[in-house]
Design a protein around this ligand. Structure first.
Ligand SMILES: [Zn+2]
Length: 316
Protein backbone atom coordinates (compact mmCIF):
# COMPACT_ATOMS: atom_id res chain seq x y z
CA UNK A 1 0.00 0.00 0.00
CA UNK A 2 0.97 3.62 -0.40
CA UNK A 3 2.11 3.90 3.23
CA UNK A 4 4.93 1.46 2.57
CA UNK A 5 6.54 4.10 0.29
CA UNK A 6 6.62 6.76 3.00
CA UNK A 7 10.36 6.24 3.43
CA UNK A 8 11.56 5.53 -0.10
CA UNK A 9 9.39 8.11 -1.93
CA UNK A 10 8.68 10.80 0.68
CA UNK A 11 7.64 13.59 -1.71
CA UNK A 12 5.47 11.64 -4.11
CA UNK A 13 3.97 9.83 -1.13
CA UNK A 14 3.01 13.06 0.62
CA UNK A 15 1.45 14.62 -2.47
CA UNK A 16 -0.65 11.58 -3.27
CA UNK A 17 -1.61 10.82 0.30
CA UNK A 18 -2.82 14.41 0.80
CA UNK A 19 -4.77 14.26 -2.43
CA UNK A 20 -6.54 11.11 -1.27
CA UNK A 21 -7.31 12.39 2.22
CA UNK A 22 -8.64 15.72 0.95
CA UNK A 23 -10.38 14.15 -2.01
CA UNK A 24 -8.48 16.45 -4.34
CA UNK A 25 -6.92 14.06 -6.79
CA UNK A 26 -5.63 15.43 -10.01
CA UNK A 27 -7.42 14.07 -13.08
CA UNK A 28 -4.11 13.11 -14.71
CA UNK A 29 -0.73 12.26 -13.30
CA UNK A 30 2.47 11.83 -15.24
CA UNK A 31 4.87 9.79 -13.17
CA UNK A 32 8.55 9.82 -14.02
CA UNK A 33 10.06 6.67 -12.62
CA UNK A 34 13.58 8.05 -12.24
CA UNK A 35 15.02 4.55 -12.19
CA UNK A 36 12.98 3.60 -9.13
CA UNK A 37 12.79 -0.15 -9.56
CA UNK A 38 9.46 -0.55 -7.83
CA UNK A 39 7.63 2.15 -9.77
CA UNK A 40 4.75 0.05 -11.07
CA UNK A 41 4.02 -1.33 -7.63
CA UNK A 42 4.12 2.22 -6.36
CA UNK A 43 1.45 3.22 -8.87
CA UNK A 44 -0.71 0.22 -8.00
CA UNK A 45 -0.42 1.07 -4.31
CA UNK A 46 -1.59 4.57 -5.00
CA UNK A 47 -4.57 3.26 -6.95
CA UNK A 48 -5.45 0.85 -4.18
CA UNK A 49 -5.36 3.64 -1.61
CA UNK A 50 -7.45 5.77 -3.93
CA UNK A 51 -10.15 3.20 -4.62
CA UNK A 52 -10.34 1.43 -1.27
CA UNK A 53 -13.68 2.29 0.38
CA UNK A 54 -11.94 2.56 3.75
CA UNK A 55 -9.25 4.98 2.66
CA UNK A 56 -10.70 7.89 4.57
CA UNK A 57 -12.18 6.21 7.57
CA UNK A 58 -8.89 4.98 8.95
CA UNK A 59 -5.46 6.44 9.42
CA UNK A 60 -3.42 3.60 8.03
CA UNK A 61 -3.80 2.11 4.59
CA UNK A 62 -6.18 -0.83 4.42
CA UNK A 63 -4.82 -3.23 1.82
CA UNK A 64 -6.87 -6.25 2.82
CA UNK A 65 -10.55 -5.48 2.37
CA UNK A 66 -12.46 -7.33 -0.33
CA UNK A 67 -11.93 -4.53 -2.84
CA UNK A 68 -8.20 -4.25 -2.17
CA UNK A 69 -7.96 -7.99 -2.74
CA UNK A 70 -9.72 -7.84 -6.09
CA UNK A 71 -7.36 -5.05 -7.16
CA UNK A 72 -4.39 -7.22 -6.17
CA UNK A 73 -5.74 -10.10 -8.22
CA UNK A 74 -5.77 -7.87 -11.32
CA UNK A 75 -9.49 -8.39 -11.93
CA UNK A 76 -10.85 -5.08 -10.78
CA UNK A 77 -13.14 -3.81 -13.56
CA UNK A 78 -12.52 -0.09 -12.97
CA UNK A 79 -8.80 -0.23 -13.72
CA UNK A 80 -7.50 -0.34 -17.28
CA UNK A 81 -3.86 -0.72 -18.20
CA UNK A 82 -2.59 0.34 -21.60
CA UNK A 83 0.87 -0.42 -22.87
CA UNK A 84 2.57 -0.25 -26.26
CA UNK A 85 1.28 -2.73 -28.81
CA UNK A 86 4.62 -3.37 -30.48
CA UNK A 87 6.67 -0.22 -30.72
CA UNK A 88 3.87 2.27 -30.13
CA UNK A 89 0.66 2.80 -28.26
CA UNK A 90 -1.97 2.76 -30.99
CA UNK A 91 -4.79 5.17 -31.54
CA UNK A 92 -7.48 2.49 -31.41
CA UNK A 93 -6.24 1.26 -28.03
CA UNK A 94 -7.05 4.71 -26.67
CA UNK A 95 -10.34 4.99 -28.54
CA UNK A 96 -11.47 1.66 -27.09
CA UNK A 97 -10.54 2.88 -23.65
CA UNK A 98 -12.58 6.04 -24.03
CA UNK A 99 -15.57 4.11 -25.29
CA UNK A 100 -15.38 1.81 -22.31
CA UNK A 101 -14.94 4.63 -19.83
CA UNK A 102 -18.01 6.42 -21.15
CA UNK A 103 -20.15 4.08 -19.11
CA UNK A 104 -20.39 4.49 -15.36
CA UNK A 105 -18.21 2.65 -12.92
CA UNK A 106 -19.77 -0.59 -11.72
CA UNK A 107 -17.97 -0.67 -8.40
CA UNK A 108 -17.43 2.47 -6.36
CA UNK A 109 -17.41 5.75 -8.20
CA UNK A 110 -13.87 6.12 -9.53
CA UNK A 111 -12.21 4.64 -12.57
CA UNK A 112 -8.52 4.66 -13.29
CA UNK A 113 -6.52 4.06 -16.41
CA UNK A 114 -2.77 3.60 -16.53
CA UNK A 115 -0.69 4.29 -19.62
CA UNK A 116 2.64 2.53 -19.33
CA UNK A 117 5.50 3.98 -21.37
CA UNK A 118 3.66 7.21 -22.07
CA UNK A 119 6.62 8.26 -24.22
CA UNK A 120 5.42 5.69 -26.76
CA UNK A 121 2.32 7.73 -27.54
CA UNK A 122 2.82 9.06 -31.03
CA UNK A 123 1.10 12.20 -32.24
CA UNK A 124 -1.98 10.53 -33.66
CA UNK A 125 -2.58 8.48 -30.53
CA UNK A 126 -1.83 11.43 -28.29
CA UNK A 127 -4.26 13.68 -30.16
CA UNK A 128 -7.01 11.17 -29.71
CA UNK A 129 -6.62 11.33 -25.96
CA UNK A 130 -5.98 15.05 -25.41
CA UNK A 131 -9.63 15.92 -25.08
CA UNK A 132 -10.13 13.05 -22.72
CA UNK A 133 -7.31 14.36 -20.54
CA UNK A 134 -8.52 17.91 -20.82
CA UNK A 135 -12.19 17.57 -20.00
CA UNK A 136 -11.97 14.98 -17.36
CA UNK A 137 -14.96 13.40 -15.87
CA UNK A 138 -14.58 13.99 -12.15
CA UNK A 139 -14.39 10.34 -11.48
CA UNK A 140 -11.73 9.31 -13.94
CA UNK A 141 -8.07 9.39 -12.96
CA UNK A 142 -5.34 8.92 -15.57
CA UNK A 143 -1.87 7.77 -14.59
CA UNK A 144 0.81 7.98 -17.23
CA UNK A 145 4.17 6.40 -16.55
CA UNK A 146 7.48 7.16 -18.24
CA UNK A 147 11.21 6.82 -17.63
CA UNK A 148 11.81 10.36 -18.83
CA UNK A 149 9.15 13.07 -18.96
CA UNK A 150 11.03 14.90 -21.70
CA UNK A 151 10.32 12.06 -24.08
CA UNK A 152 6.60 12.60 -23.58
CA UNK A 153 4.86 14.95 -26.00
CA UNK A 154 4.52 18.42 -24.50
CA UNK A 155 0.81 18.52 -25.25
CA UNK A 156 0.38 15.55 -22.93
CA UNK A 157 2.85 16.80 -20.36
CA UNK A 158 1.13 20.13 -19.93
CA UNK A 159 -2.16 18.45 -19.08
CA UNK A 160 -0.82 16.31 -16.27
CA UNK A 161 0.41 16.82 -12.77
CA UNK A 162 4.02 15.65 -12.84
CA UNK A 163 5.47 13.49 -10.10
CA UNK A 164 9.11 12.44 -10.07
CA UNK A 165 10.07 9.34 -8.20
CA UNK A 166 13.38 9.22 -6.41
CA UNK A 167 15.97 6.78 -7.74
CA UNK A 168 16.55 3.74 -5.59
CA UNK A 169 19.39 4.23 -3.20
CA UNK A 170 20.90 0.85 -3.74
CA UNK A 171 23.88 1.12 -1.45
CA UNK A 172 21.76 1.85 1.58
CA UNK A 173 19.40 -1.03 1.23
CA UNK A 174 20.08 -4.25 2.90
CA UNK A 175 19.59 -6.60 -0.03
CA UNK A 176 21.71 -9.20 -1.74
CA UNK A 177 24.07 -8.27 -4.56
CA UNK A 178 22.01 -10.35 -6.95
CA UNK A 179 18.93 -8.24 -6.16
CA UNK A 180 20.97 -5.07 -6.50
CA UNK A 181 22.31 -5.94 -9.91
CA UNK A 182 18.85 -6.91 -11.08
CA UNK A 183 17.52 -3.57 -9.93
CA UNK A 184 20.25 -1.73 -11.77
CA UNK A 185 19.86 -3.70 -14.95
CA UNK A 186 16.16 -4.24 -15.16
CA UNK A 187 14.57 -1.16 -13.63
CA UNK A 188 11.17 -1.04 -15.20
CA UNK A 189 10.77 -4.43 -16.78
CA UNK A 190 10.70 -6.25 -13.45
CA UNK A 191 7.33 -7.93 -13.95
CA UNK A 192 8.29 -9.37 -17.34
CA UNK A 193 11.39 -11.20 -16.25
CA UNK A 194 12.13 -14.79 -15.53
CA UNK A 195 14.33 -14.22 -12.51
CA UNK A 196 15.62 -17.76 -12.14
CA UNK A 197 17.06 -17.67 -15.60
CA UNK A 198 18.59 -14.27 -14.95
CA UNK A 199 20.23 -15.49 -11.75
CA UNK A 200 21.88 -18.25 -13.75
CA UNK A 201 23.08 -15.85 -16.43
CA UNK A 202 24.51 -13.39 -13.90
CA UNK A 203 26.37 -16.23 -12.21
CA UNK A 204 27.72 -17.39 -15.56
CA UNK A 205 29.10 -13.93 -16.30
CA UNK A 206 30.91 -13.85 -12.97
CA UNK A 207 32.18 -17.39 -13.55
CA UNK A 208 33.55 -16.19 -16.86
CA UNK A 209 35.47 -13.30 -15.25
CA UNK A 210 36.96 -15.68 -12.67
CA UNK A 211 37.85 -18.23 -15.34
CA UNK A 212 39.54 -15.54 -17.38
CA UNK A 213 41.50 -14.24 -14.39
CA UNK A 214 42.89 -17.73 -13.84
CA UNK A 215 43.42 -18.82 -17.42
CA UNK A 216 44.04 -15.62 -19.37
CA UNK A 217 44.49 -16.12 -23.13
CA UNK A 218 43.49 -19.79 -22.91
CA UNK A 219 39.96 -18.62 -22.13
CA UNK A 220 39.51 -18.12 -25.87
CA UNK A 221 39.56 -21.89 -26.38
CA UNK A 222 36.64 -22.44 -24.00
CA UNK A 223 34.55 -19.41 -24.80
CA UNK A 224 31.85 -21.54 -26.44
CA UNK A 225 31.28 -23.62 -23.34
CA UNK A 226 31.58 -20.95 -20.69
CA UNK A 227 29.94 -18.05 -22.49
CA UNK A 228 28.19 -18.59 -25.81
CA UNK A 229 25.94 -21.32 -24.41
CA UNK A 230 24.42 -18.90 -21.90
CA UNK A 231 24.72 -15.38 -23.19
CA UNK A 232 22.95 -15.08 -26.49
CA UNK A 233 20.86 -12.03 -27.30
CA UNK A 234 22.14 -8.52 -27.80
CA UNK A 235 20.45 -7.45 -24.54
CA UNK A 236 22.14 -10.27 -22.66
CA UNK A 237 25.54 -9.37 -24.03
CA UNK A 238 24.99 -5.75 -23.10
CA UNK A 239 23.83 -6.77 -19.62
CA UNK A 240 26.86 -9.05 -19.24
CA UNK A 241 29.28 -6.26 -19.99
CA UNK A 242 27.50 -4.10 -17.43
CA UNK A 243 27.89 -6.86 -14.85
CA UNK A 244 31.59 -7.30 -15.64
CA UNK A 245 32.18 -3.55 -15.35
CA UNK A 246 30.44 -3.49 -11.99
CA UNK A 247 32.31 -6.56 -10.84
CA UNK A 248 35.72 -5.07 -11.62
CA UNK A 249 34.60 -1.80 -10.00
CA UNK A 250 33.93 -3.70 -6.81
CA UNK A 251 37.33 -5.41 -7.08
CA UNK A 252 38.75 -1.90 -7.25
CA UNK A 253 36.74 -0.90 -4.17
CA UNK A 254 38.15 -3.92 -2.40
CA UNK A 255 41.72 -2.96 -3.32
CA UNK A 256 41.08 0.60 -2.14
CA UNK A 257 39.59 -0.64 1.13
CA UNK A 258 36.26 0.93 0.29
CA UNK A 259 32.89 -0.72 0.86
CA UNK A 260 31.75 -2.80 -2.10
CA UNK A 261 28.82 -1.30 -3.96
CA UNK A 262 27.02 -4.27 -5.41
CA UNK A 263 28.76 -7.55 -4.76
CA UNK A 264 29.84 -9.12 -1.53
CA UNK A 265 33.44 -9.78 -0.66
CA UNK A 266 34.18 -13.28 -1.88
CA UNK A 267 37.22 -15.47 -2.44
CA UNK A 268 36.91 -14.68 -6.14
CA UNK A 269 37.05 -10.94 -5.57
CA UNK A 270 40.04 -11.40 -3.24
CA UNK A 271 41.77 -13.59 -5.82
CA UNK A 272 41.29 -11.00 -8.60
CA UNK A 273 42.42 -8.19 -6.30
CA UNK A 274 45.61 -10.08 -5.51
CA UNK A 275 46.40 -10.73 -9.15
CA UNK A 276 45.87 -7.16 -10.36
CA UNK A 277 47.18 -3.74 -9.48
CA UNK A 278 44.83 -0.81 -9.14
CA UNK A 279 46.00 0.52 -12.52
CA UNK A 280 45.44 -2.87 -14.10
CA UNK A 281 41.81 -3.03 -12.88
CA UNK A 282 41.17 0.51 -14.16
CA UNK A 283 42.58 -0.49 -17.54
CA UNK A 284 40.33 -3.55 -17.66
CA UNK A 285 37.27 -1.48 -16.80
CA UNK A 286 38.15 0.90 -19.62
CA UNK A 287 38.51 -1.96 -22.09
CA UNK A 288 35.07 -3.25 -21.10
CA UNK A 289 33.46 0.19 -21.38
CA UNK A 290 35.04 0.70 -24.77
CA UNK A 291 34.05 -2.68 -26.20
CA UNK A 292 30.54 -2.38 -24.78
CA UNK A 293 30.03 0.39 -27.33
CA UNK A 294 30.45 -2.13 -30.14
CA UNK A 295 27.46 -4.19 -29.05
CA UNK A 296 24.98 -1.76 -30.51
CA UNK A 297 26.62 -2.14 -33.92
CA UNK A 298 25.65 -5.81 -33.94
CA UNK A 299 29.20 -7.08 -33.78
CA UNK A 300 29.47 -10.86 -33.99
CA UNK A 301 29.50 -12.24 -30.46
CA UNK A 302 32.47 -14.65 -30.84
CA UNK A 303 34.48 -11.90 -32.43
CA UNK A 304 33.61 -9.54 -29.63
CA UNK A 305 34.61 -12.01 -26.94
CA UNK A 306 37.91 -12.86 -28.67
CA UNK A 307 38.59 -9.18 -28.94
CA UNK A 308 37.74 -8.68 -25.29
CA UNK A 309 40.13 -11.36 -24.07
CA UNK A 310 42.92 -10.15 -26.32
CA UNK A 311 42.42 -6.57 -25.23
CA UNK A 312 42.34 -7.59 -21.57
CA UNK A 313 45.58 -9.49 -22.18
CA UNK A 314 47.01 -6.59 -24.13
CA UNK A 315 47.73 -8.84 -27.09
CA UNK A 316 46.20 -6.23 -29.37
ZN1 LIG B 1 -9.13 -1.76 1.28
Amino acid sequence: MLDSYKGSQPIAYKILKNAIINDKCSHAYLIETGGFYDSFDFVMSFIKSLLCPYNKTQKEDCGNCHQCEIIDSGNFPEIEIIEPDGQWIKKDQLQNLQKEFNTKALIGNKRVYIIKKADRLNKAAANSILKFLEEPDNNIVAILITDNIYNVLSTIRSRCQILNLKPTNIAKENISWLEKIKQILFNQKKELLDFEEIDLKIQKVIDFVCYYEKNHLNTILYIGKIWNDYIKTKEEIDMSFEIMINYYKDVLNYILNKPLEIFETSNEIKMIAEKNSQTEICRKINVLVELKQLIKYNINQSLLMDKLIMRLEEVI
